[in-house]
Design a binder for this molecule. Sequence first.
Ligand SMILES: Cc1cc2nc3c(=O)[nH]c(=O)nc-3n(C[C@H](O)[C@H](O)[C@H](O)COP(=O)(O)OP(=O)(O)OC[C@H]3O[C@@H](n4cnc5c(N)ncnc54)[C@H](O)[C@@H]3O)c2cc1C
Length: 231
Amino acid sequence: MPNLKARLLGGWIGDRLLRDALVESLEELGPRYRRVVLRAPWATELSGAAGEKVQLFLPEVGTRTYTPFDFDRAAGRFSVLVYVHGDTPGPSFARALEVAAEVRLIGPQASTPLDGLEGPVSLFGDETSFAVARTLRGIERLRDRSTLRFEVSSLEDAFYAVDALDIPRDALVAKEPADAHLKGIADALSGSIVLTGRASSIQKVREHLRAAGKRKQTVRAYWADGKTGLD
Ligand SMILES: Cc1cc2nc3c(=O)[nH]c(=O)nc-3n(C[C@H](O)[C@H](O)[C@H](O)COP(=O)(O)OP(=O)(O)OC[C@H]3O[C@@H](n4cnc5c(N)ncnc54)[C@H](O)[C@@H]3O)c2cc1C
């Protein structure tokens, strides 16, 4: 039985809220990441601000949130990067997509504000944060004044994605038992600190930051253990 959100968006409310886009191309970035390039006439009018989100409509399920990047306004095109962490609705939907498929979505809307940040900027996240890192690196004045750190379950799998998105490999940190890696990550962060990704990791990094007196933080949890479609 579809949940209420799925039923509402599947009906006339969805017809008003959702925008249609076509899958222009798909690319496997290793076994765990799928880049989806979307195209739509309305995308020629987007501002393409850094750190926005789109909520993809998954029929019978509801929505799942992703970060649009690589806006090409002239062509009306942008991309999303889906981390295929398991057989949950978001990755299953992305895996089933084919070129020329129609995708319905809400947004783009503001989510993780980056444009207004003063440098230096540090971004912490995980496999779900590579797209927002890509948009951060697109801000010329911050590109060489930003520190990136991502906790990942597999360095090898993540290399495919970061190489494709021109994100330095040394931004990746392998997860360690009992989250021992998070202290070193917190030590590396400075300036305006943006915390994204897994809620529990954000919480632990914040504890380390607080102890070190680093208080200038923007927080945006992207997912939490045991919760579905956090956004
Ligand atoms: C503003 C914003 C931007 C985002 N941008 C991106 C993006 O660009 N790319 C991207 O891949 N994701 C992104 N996410 C995260 C994504 O929306 C969540 O991971 C979402 O839960 C995925 O849906 P799902 O169907 O896989 O899992 P759900 O059905 O939502 O959750 C089922 C279970 O899966 C587990 N889970 C969820 N996400 C993960 C994960 N990443 N790793 C391990 N376990 C997980 C949790 O335990 C959860 O209980 C973003 C989220 C937000 C809020």
